[in-house]
Design a protein around this ligand. Structure first.
Ligand code: PLP
Length: 434
């Protein structure tokens, strides 16, 4: 018998169920989207939702799925590691030693490495040790960059136009002293950084920077910008921290610092490091790293119950092994170039006012034209159109996060066929929107 009742989407039913016990129905900010999605399966380059709809996924869980979701070797190594132990909680395991040795081999700034579980922990620990090492309080971050959830860095991320250059905390409940001691400069503006050093002489402990500002989509460092930060931190006795939580592994096994040819004092890693399994790291110069309390006499506390667990370590080792042995970056850069060129060609043919940005496996379309060098430039982006475009792509089976300025990620599991299908869908959607 035919029912007149409208068909309920399982995605919506699960969202409502989630809301009964989880505030807002999601366990991390920025996961709540319209339409609501409850993902049942994430495999390779695709996501399948609770209603059985399949999507080519360019969200990649905000970046970790570098080799594709649930990569077979990574999964195999994780399962094998559990035959021996999950968490020893004493001394160092062979897996931890192997991960640290590999990080120190590949990452130019890494003379020593410590493991933790999230990018936020890594940036927190890097900033704390920078303060201990320099005996100074203040740090510098850049408008539009994101470095995690803690009070030291959660300010001036996605600021409204009238908050740019103002005090713009990212959360209620932040300690005013932490906010005040974090100074904010404009990305790609060395004069601004120089003036900030002059205004706070002898007080700045560190600069923390995403070497490519991917939390604004994809803003490249202007030629000389990273070199300038290196020179200025050196001249002023401050620590330079590259937050490579996104760029690390994704663009190069040794981080974007290898490509840029600029070596920071400390590097933070996370996301793609374990291809989806939780593991992160802070690594850097020996004399700074030996200030941590893991070292006899170290005065800067570093600890974590789950640090160095077998799951994260085995995942990181397997991920690095694939990156060492297979042409992952070659594939990612080739597909990224194809995607960007294809989108540009469509925009120019259809007369769409848009700018395609990205590097390697990261790409996105901003709905603006003009230069893109800092967060203020991106205020010109038509945010409504940006989100509308992505919502319509979801209906076409292409998943890019429908949130303003979010970057899209290719993975090793994406193919030319995925790119072709995506370009076709983008063209259809843009034709309907213009
Ligand atoms: C550059 C950067 N640093 C740090 C973090 C924080 O990482 P996590 O979410 O693992 O705490 C993020 C997360 O998006 C990030 O993009």
């Amino acid at each position: 018998m035919k029912s007149d009742k409208p068909k309920t989407r399982k995605n919506d039913t699960l969202y409502e169920l989630a809301c009964e016990t989880i505030p807002g129905g999601v366990t991390s900010a920025q996961r709540s989207i319209r339409p609501h999605l409850a993902i049942r399966r994430a495999l390779g380059a695709t996501l399948t939702d609770a209603d059985g709809n399949e999507y080519i996924d360019y969200h990649g869980a905000f970046g970790p799925a570098l080799l594709g979701h649930n990569h077979p070797l990574v999964r195999k190594r994780v399962v094998e590691s559990l035959d021996h132990y999950l968490l020893a909680g004493v001394g160092a395991t062979e897996l931890e030693i192997d991960v640290a040795r590999k990080l120190c081999r590949h990452i130019p700034s890494a003379q020593k490495a410590l493991l933790c579980n999230t990018g936020s922990e890594a940036t927190f620990h890097a900033l704390r040790v920078a303060r201990a090492f320099t005996g100074r309080k203040k740090i510098v971050k850049f408008q539009g960059c994101y470095h995690g959830t803690h009070d030291y860095v959660l300010r001036n991320v996605t600021s409204r136009a009238d908050r740019v250059g103002q005090t713009d905390p990212g959360s209620a409940g932040m300690l005013p002293e932490a906010i005040e001691n974090t100074l904010v400069c404009e990305f790609n503006n060395l004069d601004d950084v120089e003036k900030t050093f002059a205004a706070h002489r002898g007080q700045i402990a560190a600069i923390i920077v995403e070497p490519i500002a991917h939390n604004m989509g994809s803003v490249m460092p202007a030629p000389g910008f990273l070199e300038g930060l290196r020179a200025m931190t050196r001249a002023n006795g401050a620590v330079l921290i590259f937050d490579e939580v996104i760029t690390g592994f994704r663009h190069h096994l040794g981080g974007y610092q290898v490509i840029a040819g600029v070596t920071p004092d400390l590097t933070t890693l996370g996301k793609a490091m374990g291809n989806g399994f939780p593991i992160a790291a802070v690594c850097g110069k020996k004399e700074i790293m030996e200030r941590y309390s893991t070292f006899a006499g170290g005065d800067t506390y570093f600890a974590g119950t789950f640090n160095g667990n077998a799951v994260g370590c085995a995942a990181a080792l397997a991920t690095m092994e694939v990156l060492e042995n297979e042409p992952v970056h070659q594939h990612l850069f080739r597909l990224g170039d194809r995607m960007r060129a294809g989108l540009r060609e469509i925009h120019s043919r259809l007369g769409v006012r848009a700018t395609v940005a990205g590097f390697g496996s990261i790409f996105l379309t901003y709905f603006l034209d003009g230069k893109i060098g800092n967060y203020s430039d991106l205020l010109q982006n038509d945010a409504e159109r940006f989100v509308e475009y992505r919502r319509r792509l979801i209906d076409r089976g292409i998943f890019k996060m429908p949130i303003n300025l979010k970057r899209s990620h290719l993975s090793y599991a994406h193919t030319d066929t995925h790119v072709d299908k995506t370009l076709e869908a983008c063209e259809d959607v843009l034709k309907k929107m213009y």
